[in-house]
Each structure stands twice: as structure tokens, then as C-alpha cells.
Design a binder for this molecule. Structure first.
Ligand SMILES: [Zn+2]
Length: 71
């Protein structure tokens, strides 16, 4: 994990690390990146079988509020 401060590409202020949260029925979940376009599922909302999932880190600019995500 990169611990060096990241500079905002727009305003050059400091970017702080965080993540995007999904609040669902009784759970707080960390948003994941999924390979390929979304496919609807009647049972689960979105089909994930055979898909590659990756953790997403999102940085927020303390100056202009830009969000930048990395997988
Ligand atoms: Zn900025």
C-alpha cells in the first residue's frame, strides 16, 4: 500500500485515503471493482459468477473534493 502523500492532479492539494461504502441490509460493505459491464440478476441484483473482483481505494482531495479511485 502506498503511504506517500498523493497530490491532486487538478489543484495540487493533498489527497487523503478512504474508501466508498455500500450500506445494505444490516451490513456495511466496501465497494469493489468488477471486470466487465454489469448484468442484472433477479436474485442478487447483479450477476458476479466468474467475474474478477478487486478492492477499491479512493482518495479525496482536501482542496477541491476530487475523488480518485485505484484498484
Ligand atoms: Zn484538488
Amino acid at each position: 500500500m502506498n503511504t506517500n502523500p498523493i497530490e491532486c492532479p487538478k489543484c495540487k492539494e493533498r489527497m487523503e485515503e478512504g474508501f466508498l461504502l455500500d450500506i445494505t441490509h444490516g451490513a456495511n460493505l466496501w465497494t469493489r471493482w468488477v471486470a466487465g459491464p454489469p448484468e442484472r440478476s433477479f436474485w442478487t441484483g447483479v450477476k458476479l459468477r466468474g467475474r474478477t473482483l478487486r478492492d477499491v481505494r479512493t482518495f479525496r482531495c482536501t482542496g477541491c473534493g476530487l475523488l480518485e479511485s485505484y484498484v
